[in-house]
Design a protein around this ligand. Sequence first.
Ligand SMILES: Nc1ncnc2c1ncn2[C@@H]1O[C@H](COP(=O)(O)OP(=O)(O)O)[C@@H](O)[C@H]1O
Ligand SMILES: [Mg+2]
Length: 164
Amino acid sequence: MKNTKDTMKVTLHPDWDEIEPLRLQAHDFFGSHGLSGNTIQSLVMVLGELLENSVKYGSYKVLNGQINISINITKKIITIEVTNPIDDSNLDDLKRLDQMIQWVRGYQDPFEAYIERLKEVAKKPLHDKESGLGIVRVAYEGDVILDFFVSEDNLLTVSAVLTR
Ligand SMILES: Nc1ncnc2c1ncn2[C@@H]1O[C@H](COP(=O)(O)OP(=O)(O)O)[C@@H](O)[C@H]1O
Ligand SMILES: [Mg+2]
């Protein structure tokens, strides 16, 4: 764990129980930078969604598989990055993630994308655990630009950038 004034870096085990304490820590970190209550709330929501995805979809068979979080605040932008290991079994996930992010970008108003997605999800059977709503909600409610990349050592990083 390394914290400077404008950067918060934390490593988590992929447990659901770890998410809430981290949300609180991030809340305090954003608060110490004088962000408005609304901004803090939506950034914490964004972080929570990305963390849930990491816990849910990451591949942790490798010993010491972990989730890394990095939050950086500058005058102009706030960046949240969440990194988790993936493996061959995640190919479909990466496709979905890519499709979802591209799809949101295709809308001028992310809210429109969200409504469209809600309609799609409403048509799906109830047992479908993958709603695909998280990413869309993050884009519109969090007002962030999403992106992702995969490193050579099979680490997926999803980033959310808010322009202040
Ligand atoms: N950290 C991640 N690692 C691997 N795949 C991911 C990750 N985050 C998202 N995905 C993929 O992108 C899809 C869309 O994510 P999301 O919109 O949050 O939907 P949901 O969490 O309801 O499945 C997921 O269903 C999953 O296939
Ligand atoms: Mg999700």
